[in-house]
Design a protein around this ligand. Sequence first.
Ligand code: ATP
Length: 603
Amino acid sequence: MADVLVIDPTRRYREYLVPAITAAGHACRVVSTCEEAVASGRRRACEVVLLDVDTPGPEGLACLPELSAMRGQPEVLALTAQRTGNRAEDAIRAGAWDVLLHPIPESSMRQVLERCLYHHAAKVALIGQANIKRGDIIGTSLPLERCLHSLGVAARTDTNVLILGETGTGKELFARAVHENSERAGRGFIVVDCTNLPSTLAESILFGHERGSFTGADAARDGLFKQADGGTIFLDEIGDLDLSVQKSLLRVLQERTFRPISARNEVRSDFRLVAATNCDIEDMVRRGAFRKDLYHRLKTRIIQLPPLRERRDDIEPLARHYVDRICRQHRLAAKQMSPDFVDAVQLYHWPGNVRDLINALHYAVQAAFAEQRLYPQHLPVEIRGHVMRARRSLAPAREHDEEMHPPMSSARAGTEAGSAGTGTGTGDNGRGHATEARQSDTFGQSDTFGQSGQSEYAGASGQPGTYGQSGAYGQSGGLGLSGGVARSGRAGASGTAVHAGAGAAFAMSAADLHDGARAMPAPSSDTCPPPVERERFGFANEVFPSFRSAREVTMDRMESAYLMELIRRSRGEIASAIALSGLSRARLYELLQKHSISLRTGN
Ligand SMILES: Nc1ncnc2c1ncn2[C@@H]1O[C@H](COP(=O)(O)OP(=O)(O)OP(=O)(O)O)[C@@H](O)[C@H]1O
């Protein structure tokens, strides 16, 4: 007997489903909402969930991932009455085990349930989930749990695994974990970065060569596939592999044998292949840039790692872990994260994912060199600008919250008055303000932009900068006043040379902090205005950004401005926005969400 949970918001299924399920010898519970299902699943695990995917909003397809991640990891069977359209396909893509078309004959119901339960039992036996060694993988969000679940299944078989996900989502970490959890764990884990594989030498590096087979081949060499014998070979960024090498790889995957360059005999290797890419590989297949037959070989088991912005619950534990680690690395006393710091890192969209977060934490730890607590003001300016915009879009809710709380600190009151253009623009109380502001829940006010004199933020890939100038907080206090001129412009920036520099650094953030795409240049001095391009792209800053970081900020601004114009031109009509932009519906929604832009208002 199994436990079956039916989610039937419109009450159209229960009448005939319940008798059919109980007649098949299973226990059946019926609920009306996804929330009730999750609560019910918490009290008692179930093996199968029947979900009406025609219901719009949070009760339909959207809750499918949450359901299949419930205790017992039930299979989800989708119910639909739609014979046309993409409903069934969407449900399968979202992770449904199968789709039942309304009205469902009792015999079909029985058959599908039986097959589904058989599969579920096998899956549960296979996973033995509690035993998964996570290695360095941190996080407990539902999307990550689902990936760990796939990892568990993948590790206990010997099939090829393809790990997909944006840059920095942990593909290599997962690849290692697949190996560590497999029977091959004691053997080699060979990593091949296909991006850096020169096409002329790729075959020799992968499959080996005989002595004298080409100029410089003064000795015979085993290739990486031979080195992986008994273990796992990880082809990172497989999307970058040359088409000719893809062809050879296909044969190796089929035969498990290959011929090193100039060798007479074939060599055998018992390897397990794990591959990863951040490319849209299906699109590459469509474009002919990736072999279809190879893709079919690779996709036996896919682990799709979600971007960090889609698993915000993981951000705090990740940040905690890495802040501790960075402090240890630099022999610093452990630092706490203030609630508003946590709030800020959770609000940011992390285009470079976990790697990006780690780099920002490096920066923050250094910025807070002598302090025991991390505040949002310790984050790189470009991140603070984004967070401020995101906060602004949440403003009504927060304003309401604030009504319930004690009055804001004087520092905040001061800076807010300044933002409205009434700040005095003098630096007298700078330091005091900066400190208080950091303790308040304020954000993006420029009182601490003086950090600009510090180490450069390495963007998504670089190393942390140096500690040298963390004393910049003195200046940042002084700059507290330029918070008062965040909108009115430049007054605060024109005092001393130090302030001018810091004011220039503020130029980048000012552009970020202004509404949408209306980035206002803020020249560092009245006598020598820097060229518009330098300002627009943030090159006028004291801290010259890394190329990657500058590109990200610029791309982000462009995207944001483009979307606002797109919404304006399409008058908020999604169909016309899609037609005008050439974006897919999903991608358009994703971008709008990323930039916190509303389809209706365009801001
Ligand atoms: N879930 C996680 N828990 C802890 N650390 C993580 C997690 N995911 C990623 N990281 C860390 O983030 C960094 C990037 O991870 P990794 O190199 O595995 O990403 P990737 O997806 O392979 O990136 P790329 O596509 O750029 O090669 C590494 O330092 C890794 O340890």
